[in-house]
Design a protein around this ligand. Structure first.
Ligand code: ZN
Ligand code: ZN
Length: 394
């Protein structure tokens, strides 16, 4: 019994159909292309797959390698306002054959070269062919850098270093696990922002006050400086340009997990070519541009609030109002690489994912209550000893 991918059994779907934006309607037959499902080896005709960390396609049968011609084009950002007002605007589209998981509703590209017919997200084996799917074509992607084996090694180390993990799990971690290579769909947003704000600036000042307190068992009156805040109204304007604010365009993985996969080295983005996806699966985006821009705008708002606080100055600040204006908003669709897996422990499955650029591992984990119990006990003993030393030296 080893550590392996799935079967994870039916999981409660984290996917709420009522809150999902319909993908932007394709009301304009814009620039369109079809993703080749298979790329054949020039030497033996077998199906090729992308070799992580290289710029070649490799044949698993005869070892022949084929160089990927990366287009010398710039990565293009599309106008968001056009897309929101006219459906997709004139963004390039791509038709891909996708399958949908009956358990977690993840939708991803169908690739006959990937023999596993199960869902890379939840391990469920029932995936249905949803046919040809038209979507905004990815503008760019970060190709896989870590191979399956390298990702497995990161997972093994991660499992070994888990605090409070039961000892038996560390034994499991020595076995080999299979991981599924998936490109996750993201939107990135740029925006020029101008924000008018109103609030208050607080400056500290100190006033001497008579304070009664007990010193060596006697009540005495002492003069102490007590801190007060002098508030004054503050208002003004700040501006900031946001570049490539990332928002995950699906709900197949929990956000706490995907958020912690950051940072992504977006500087390494390559113009999209289907060759980089060969041998991997790519999840189709499920969340539309408007809902995802709202998430991005919230991220921007937090940064702007810090700008406003520093513009107000003083020791403490209160923001009463921020009117944020966005302009020159652009977006692009990018694919980011992850190795997904799960390990079984005590009849329960735990999901994990590896950032296939940095090797960062995030995952669910079991806790050993025995170990936690001992740690708490140890902390109490240490505190007791410290208190004893402290009292003893008085
Ligand atoms: Zn070949
Ligand atoms: Zn699934």
């Amino acid at each position: 019994m080893g550590f392996k991918l799935g079967p994870w059994g039916p999981r409660k779907s984290a996917f709420d159909a009522s809150t999902i934006d319909a993908p932007p309607p394709g009301n304009r037959p814009a620039r369109e292309s079809t993703r080749e499902a298979q790329l054949a080896c020039a030497q033996c005709g077998a199906v090729l797959s992308y070799a992580p960390g290289t710029d070649t396609l490799k044949c698993d049968y005869c070892g022949h390698t084929n160089r990927i011609e990366v287009a010398a084009t710039e990565i293009v950002e599309e106008c968001l306002d056009t897309a929101l007002s006219e459906g997709i605007g004139d963004a390039p589209m791509e038709a891909t054959r996708t399958v949908k998981c009956g358990s977690c509703a993840a939708e991803f590209t169908f690739d006959p070269a990937i023999h596993a017919g199960s869902c890379p997200f939840c391990g469920h084996s029932i995936v249905t062919d949803t046919g040809i799917h038209r979507q905004i074509k990815p503008a760019a992607l970060l190709p896989f850098l870590l191979t399956d084996r390298e990702a497995q090694e990161r997972v093994r180390l991660w499992l070994q270093n888990l605090w409070f993990a039961p000892n038996r799990l560390k034994t499991y971690a020595r076995d080999q696990g299979r991981l599924a290579g998936v490109y996750l769909p993201y939107w990135t947003f740029d925006s020029k922002t101008r924000t008018r704000y109103r609030g208050r600036r607080g400056d500290y000042y100190y006033v001497p006050m008579q304070v009664r307190s007990r010193v060596n068992g006697r009540m005495v009156t002492q003069t102490k400086n007590v801190r007060k805040v002098r508030w004054r109204p503050a208002s003004g304007e700040v501006s900031r340009f946001f570049d490539d604010v990332l928002v995950l365009a699906s709900r197949s993985l929990p956000t706490w997990m995907t958020d912690r996969l950051e940072p992504w080295d977006l500087i390494g983005l390559k113009p999209y070519t289907p060759e980089f996806v060969a041998g991997f699966q790519a999840e189709a985006y499920q969340l539309g541009l408007d809902a995802c821009f709202d998430v991005a705008a919230q991220k921007m708002r937090e940064v702007i609030a810090m700008d406003v606080r520093s513009a107000i100055g003083g020791d403490v600040q209160e923001i009463q109002r921020m009117d944020i204006q966005h302009s020159d908003r652009t977006y692009k669709h990018v694919l980011l690489p992850c190795w997904l897996g799960a390990y079984l422990f005590g009849g329960k499955s735990y999901h994990l994912c590896v950032n296939a650029r940095t090797g960062q591992v995030q995952g669910e984990r079991p806790y050993s209550w025995v170990k936690i119990g001992f740690a708490v006990l140890a902390a109490v003993i240490v505190a007791g000893i410290a208190a004893g030393i402290f009292l003893g030296t008085r």
